[in-house]
Design a protein around this ligand. Structure first.
Ligand code: FES
Length: 352
């Protein structure tokens, strides 16, 4: 009988012939399949007490994983970020980083070790062979696959060994908690800090190039000047945080060319001051086209019209650049007449 004449299900391995020690011999095959060595039952297969011991070892590893995750969270809460200790042979290291690394490592290792020990000692280690057969499965084949799957699940003891199953679920459920607590590293909430800047009534505008107070005559038509509030030192700790909110662009526009009435009211003889921080995602704007009074953000090309309330002409920015109301003090220097009336920077914060 040719192989085509053999019913498909007959090509499947018999459930009673799992292949232990049974070489498949073919007279016409010079490279005979040596088969598999005879199956050697493990101690756990024949001694229920040994199986119970293995079960307890696996459960212990999963429990250890859970404890390590709890220790990870406790370390995260207990150790300050900047606490340095000496640990041989690592030297001086952050106790927080060390404890997080060790506890997370133990938690993941114990899950892996528990799963491997379970598979090696308690799950069935009977070798199965399956002959190749046509890809499209017959209903009989499908039924057999399902039966094999059910048998495999039963042999793994997943349903029967509730201690292992439950501790494994517990360990897997605990491990993601390590990631949740790391959210604390996103830092404290900004609260109202992004809603105000260092600008206040009477603060002089300081030229960021010369570090001198700006005078109206320093600002000529066609120039672009950057300014910061007086009192902010470039080498101070808070400089980067404050300048990221307070940086100003100063331009002079012929008053007749200013289309927006509020912009004109908030200017001084055509000198206008706008936030330098793009309202898209906060890049500093620096490209000024003096004839059109357009400024361009180099990051994603948002374009603002400084002669028309800095409204958005093009690009992803969501709203106009905030304007700072300015005037001149008794010494003839430009000064702010208050803070910005809206949050500077990305439009997101307006909705917060
Ligand atoms: S940050 Fe300015 S356009 Fe994106």
């Amino acid at each position: 009988m040719s192989s085509q004449e053999i019913p498909e299900e007959e090509n499947l391995p018999s459930a009673q012939e799992p292949g232990h020690g049974g070489a498949v011999e073919r007279a016409d095959d010079p490279f005979a399949d040596p088969g598999l060595p005879a199956h050697q039952p493990r101690i756990q297969d024949i001694d229920e007490r040994a199986a119970k011991r293995s079960e307890r070892v696996v459960a212990f590893l999963f429990l250890l994983s859970m404890l390590a995750t709890v220790a990870f969270i406790a370390s995260f809460v207990a150790f300050p970020v900047d606490k340095i200790v000496y640990i041989w042979p690592l030297g001086h290291i952050s106790i927080l980083n060390f404890s997080l690394g060790v506890t997370l490592g133990v938690a993941l290792f114990c899950i892996g070790a528990g799963a491997v020990h379970w598979a090696r000692t308690l799950m069935s280690d009977v070798e199965m062979t399956d002959e190749r057969h046509p890809i499209a499965a017959t209903p009989e084949v499908k039924a057999k696959v399902l039966a094999d799957f059910a048998a495999g699940a039963s042999e793994s003891g997943f349903g029967r060994r509730k201690l292992i199953r439950n501790t494994m679920f517990g360990a897997l459920a605990f491990v993601p908690l390590s990631g949740v607590v790391l959210l604390r590293d996103l830092g404290p909430l900004p609260e109202k800090k992004l809603r105000s800047t260092l600008w206040a009534k009477g603060k002089q505008l300081i030229n960021m190039n010369t570090l001198e107070p700006l005078r109206p005559e320093d600002v000529v038509v066609g120039s672009l000047t950057f300014a910061m509030p007086e009192g902010l030192e470039e080498d101070s700790e808070e400089f980067q945080v404050e300048i990221a909110k307070a940086a100003l662009m100063i331009v002079r526009i012929q008053p007749d060319d200013i289309k927006d009435k509020r912009e004109l009211d908030w200017s001084h003889q055509g000198i206008v001051a706008f936030s330098k921080i793009c309202t898209h995602v906060g890049c500093p704007i620096s490209l000024y086209e003096q004839q059109t009074h357009h400024v361009l953000c180099p990051c994603h090309q948002s374009t603002f019209d400084l002669s028309d309330g800095a409204r958005v002409l093009f690009g992803p920015a969501g709203h106009a650049l905030p304007q700072l109301r300015i005037g001149v003090n008794g010494e003839g220097n430009l000064e702010a007449l208050g803070d910005f009336e809206e949050p500077v920077g990305p439009a997101f914060w307006e909705r917060g």
